[in-house]
Design a protein around this ligand. Sequence first.
Ligand SMILES: Nc1nc(=O)c2c([nH]1)NC[C@@H]1CN(c3ccc(C(=O)N[C@@H](CCC(=O)O)C(=O)O)cc3)C=[N+]21
Length: 285
Amino acid sequence: MTATILDGKATRDEIFVDLTARVATLREKGITPGLATVLVGDDPGSAAYVRGKHNDCAKVGITSIRRDLPADITQADLEAVIDELNANPDCTGYIVQLPLPKHLDENAALERIDPDKDADGLHPINLGRLVLGKEAALPCTPRGIVHLLRRYDVELDGAHAVVIGRGVTVGRPIGLLLTRRSENSTVTLCHTGTRDLAAEVSRADIVIAAAGVPGLITADMVKPGAAVLDVGVTRTEDGLRGDVADGVAEVAGFLSPNPGGVGPLTRAFLLTNVVERAERVAAES
Ligand SMILES: Nc1nc(=O)c2c([nH]1)NC[C@@H]1CN(c3ccc(C(=O)N[C@@H](CCC(=O)O)C(=O)O)cc3)C=[N+]21
């Protein structure tokens, strides 16, 4: 069997067509959505991601605002920038690009973001709302994963999803989305303390690999026909490597590659969170 590829770029393009129309409607009402990014330091990887987000904004008509800050900025000065964006009416939503340099308190910075402007959906208030089943900005990568599975008609209702990795951006929140009544999957969360990873993965209808360990998921672990999503990414000497080893495409029924899978959707849902907030603001005014 050769897996159907879950094409993140084509799916992203469909979302951009929809967002472009919605942004045009908002502009007719005099509302221009704006996404801001806060980038601390000059890590080339982070700078490239931030550049990608601004390019995406230009494609759909969202204004982009950049706050590029020096690597040695103090916590107080960083928080002053966050306070400014919270108050700035041109900024509909924003992100603080992670990771921050070690001397800064990441959680304190993230908690200072106005939860209504939290484009990542990672503010504790929004994660709490997700747990409680209340409406909230949803974390972008998990939202992208669910969208991609639905786009290719992968059955979620009753499916057993095995998640590998307990990070805050993917592993922890994805289970909260997949176990909603609307998705109705059963979720197992695996991590470095899992005794027998191969045994867990072999029972999965859906494998979500978000560990950041190159080649962790091998073909022999995967149930024939399963959907495998490669979400982890590691920078190595020979370029970017995902968590899914070569050969899985011959066993899986569906494969989301890396790059070209979930990454573009993470960015698409960042913009979606901004457009949705602008639409809420428009409805209230
Ligand atoms: N506050 C915050 N929010 C984030 O969402 C966030 C973050 N910090 N820090 C870093 C990670 C990483 N991340 C990616 C997003 C898109 C691609 C992406 O679009 N990747 C393309 C390839 C892009 C390329 O080739 O440069 C792909 O997978 O096809 C990758 C990685 C968001 N992150």
